[in-house]
Ligand binder design. Structure first.
Ligand code: ADP
Ligand code: MG
Length: 468
């Protein structure tokens, strides 16, 4: 094994818990280090995406640490690579077959993986084997106002498949727990009925299987799998079907077959059905047949609860006030929140420091960069220029015509109000103006804004954009 990768792995091992390390990092197969890119291989696309979504920064960080320079990471899918270790519990076999059916490309002639030893019975378009993340259960899902409805709907469907809500359509922004809930359904159904044939498939994977099926002339097999050998279909991220007509057609028929025979369908999407562009009307209307539940970004209390729960799980010691502080900084999405917590814990254990607000600031400043830093002079200049339809160069330039001097004054005012920068620093960013012109502009706007409603409306509109 390459010494840098070896060291990086050791570094990662010290940061993540043992279970995560065995599940996600051990199976990574080192291929080569060329230039400043490490090439890794994994067993399937799901696993690759998983690493991309959850651990790529951990890997990059480790490489940076051991190599002392930025090393890019590229992960490809190969059938040669061992599947991530899974327990019997964590793999669903929708076809009831005793061995996991890996989703793989055809084996290269020399080194066939063991799983394909019984090649004759193994369909080329593989059954949708599913690595169930053991931690994505209803129990580990923190419920708050933002996701209560979706959570309840999922529980109801898991307890009574093909009952009142079919299909169940969950939509919400990225990183808000859609996949987690989908897996929660799978876990629950599996618990209650181990023989249930559950198919989890992302719409992306479904598309690939359609393409493969067509190419290999194995559509019959594909159809049997989804239309007759499946009791519960969990399809993730259906918004990616947008514009993929052939796949939509196939899915339409799959949907009908399952629905007609009273089998449960659960779909997730990052958009409401009406808002998915390039989605056929007949699918759109079917998506609306059952129940549509949305997930919103979690409110502060829920974010704090999520941090507490994850910290507990990973044995991270985080004081309440720091959890609160972190939750205030990272607002948009739970995946980011988790990432921030992991980085925070890593930074803490690497430097031997306790987790404090200061450490949060440090951990976030590296990773989230501008996102967390709040408004910048540059940012304000861009927004103001856009709002008044002038060029940023005009704001910095010498022209004194009111069409540019007015936006310029507003921009200076906003910089002083929202950026922790001195008058001279602001002046220097506006074409090296003297600090007195900034001071002058600030005072003038501050005075006029109290009486001039138009000006106030303009400023408020820009400020909304600044914070949104
Ligand atoms: P999506 O599929 O909506 O993009 P995921 O289901 O992948 O989001 O969630 C992203 C991460 O956030 C996952 O690790 C998931 O466990 C976690 N997560 C999201 N919402 C919650 C929640 N309410 N409670 C606990 N963890 C959550
Ligand atoms: Mg998802």
């Amino acid at each position: 094994m390459n010494p840098i990768w070896h060291k990086a792995l050791e570094f990662i091992q010290a940061q993540v818990n043992a279970e995560n390390f065995t599940t996600y990092f051990e199976p990574l197969h080192f291929v080569e280090l060329t230039g400043n890119t490490v090439q890794l291989e994994v067993g399937d696309a799901f696993f690759r995406d998983w690493i991309q979504d959850h651990y790529i920064d951990v890997i990059r960080g480790a490489l940076l640490e051991v190599a002392g320079e930025v090393i890019e990471v590229s992960i490809s899918v190969s059938e040669r690579t061992a599947q991530p270790k899974t327990t019997a519990e964590s793999v669903l076999h929708p076809t009831g077959s005793p061995t996991p059916t890996p989703i793989s490309t055809p084996a290269r002639s020399s080194s066939k993986p063991r799983a394909t030893a019984s090649a004759e019975q193994t369909p080329t378009v593989e059954a949708p084997a599913m690595v169930l993340n053991p931690s994505y259960t209803f129990d580990t899902f923190v419920v708050g106002d933002s996701n209560q409805f979706a959570h309840a709907a999922c529980e109801s469907v898991a307890n009574h498949p093909a009952g009142a809500y079919n299909p169940l359509f969950i939509y919400g922004g990225t990183g808000l727990g859609k996949t987690h809930l989908l897996f929660g359904i799978a876990h629950r159904i599996r618990e209650k009925n181990p023989g249930a044939r559950i198919a989890y498939v992302s719409a992306e994977e479904f598309t690939n299987q359609v393409i493969d099926g067509i190419r290999r002339q194995e559509m019959d097999r594909f159809r049997t799998r989804y239309r007759t050998q499946c009791d519960i279909l969990l399809m993730d991220d259906v918004h990616v079907l947008a514009g993929r007509d052939r796949t939509q057609d196939e899915f339409f028929h799959t949907f009908n077959a399952l629905h007609q025979s009273h089998r449960q369908i659960v779909l997730t999407s990052d958009k409401f059905p009406q808002e998915i562009p390039g989605l056929e009307e007949r699918l759109r209307s079917r998506f609306e047949w059952g129940l549509i539940a949305d997930i919103k970004p979690p409110e502060l209390e829920t974010r704090v609860a999520i941090i507490r729960r994850k910290a507990e799980r990973d044995h991270i010691d985080i004081p309440d006030d720091v959890a609160f502080f972190l939750a205030k900084q990272v607002r948009s999405n739970v995946r980011m929140l988790e990432g921030a917590l992991i980085r925070l814990a890593a930074l803490g254990s690497l430097t031997g420091r306790t987790i404090t607000r200061e450490l949060v600031k440090e951990a976030l400043s590296d990773v989230f960069g501008d996102l967390q830093r709040g408004p910048s002079i540059d940012g304000i200049q861009k927004l103001v220029a856009e709002y008044f339809d002038v060029k940023v160069a005009d704001l910095k330039g010498p022209r004194r015509h009111r069409a540019v001097s007015h936006p310029r004054s507003i921009a200076m005012y906003l910089c002083r109000k929202h950026v922790q920068a001195s008058y001279p620093v602001i002046g220097s960013q506006f074409g090296h103006r003297d600090h007195t012109s900034v001071l002058h502009a600030f005072r003038k706007i501050e005075r006029v804004v109290t009486t001039d409603t138009r000006l106030r409306a303009d400023i408020e509109a820009i400020e909304r954009k600044l914070h949104g």
